[in-house]
Write a protein that binds this ligand. Structure first.
Ligand SMILES: [Zn+2]
Length: 232
């Protein structure tokens, strides 16, 4: 009985020790870009009028709330601002990262959803620009494929969107086609989410599923990088 009580006390002590919660992205400074905005709608679902820019923003906010407070998050677009230029958006993100963390952004993820004239077409694609972006692109691609289970449209690289500026490690995700009627319906099934800037988007199961996959991809990217012992 004495031994048993020692074990019980020992276990109690073990579980009362402070647990240092860390994730692979703890302390990282991450820029999230909701593609398009304002007069630039991105792809539009013709049956429902759902606009890519809104879905992008909804995913970015859902992802931000999953990353924080472990990671420091900078947003390139907080509401429905029209894009000045892609370069100025990246420059602003870099300045915001410096202001927040004293250094440039560890990664930039540009969230987009694809467009097609075929309303039944769906699939997942990830774009990147430089060789140094590939590990991030692969991690995001694999996480999105495993979560969404859509046709794998692989990668494309070179000169796309926001990934070309500022030499940040960056990737652009096209998790699914918002021109797909089922996808647009999933977005509409969500509930209103009013951003801090007062712009309303919708957050639902599909948005959260993608945000979780993006989080898993980001987590995997930083975890793999740490094992390899690479620098920035
Ligand atoms: Zn787009």
């Amino acid at each position: 009985m004495k031994n048993l009580s020692k074990i019980v006390i020992g276990l109690a002590l073990l579980f009362s020790l402070p647990v240092v919660a860390t994730t692979p992205y703890t302390g990282k400074v991450i820029a999230l870009d909701a593609g398009h905005g304002g007069t630039e709608t991105g792809a539009v679902n013709t049956a429902t009028g759902v606009m890519e820019k809104d879905v992008n923003l909804a995913v970015v906010y859902a992802l931000k709330s999953k990353l924080e407070p472990e990671a420091m998050v900078v947003l390139t677009r907080v509401g429905d601002e029209t894009l000045d230029s892609r370069k100025s958006r990246v420059d602003q993100a870099i300045a915001d990262c410096k202001a927040l963390a004293g250094r440039t952004c560890d990664i930039l993820v540009s969230v987009h959803h694809n467009g097609s004239s075929d309303q039944s077409h769906d699939g997942t694609m990830v774009l990147y620009n430089e060789k140094s972006d590939k590990p991030l692109a692969i991690a995001l691609h694999d996480a999105l494929i495993s979560a969404l289970k859509l046709p794998d449209e692989g990668y494309d690289n070179g000169g796309y969107g926001i990934t070309v500026y500022g030499h940040l490690v960056s990737a652009l995700t096209e998790a699914y086609y918002i021109t797909n009627d089922w996808e647009a319906q999933q977005y509409l099934l969500g509930t209103d989410y009013v951003t801090p800037s007062g712009y309303t988007v919708r957050t639902g199961a599909r948005v959260n599923q993608e945000a979780q996959a993006q989080l898993d991809g980001i987590s995997k990217y930083f975890a793999t990088k740490t094992i390899k012992g690479g620098g920035r």
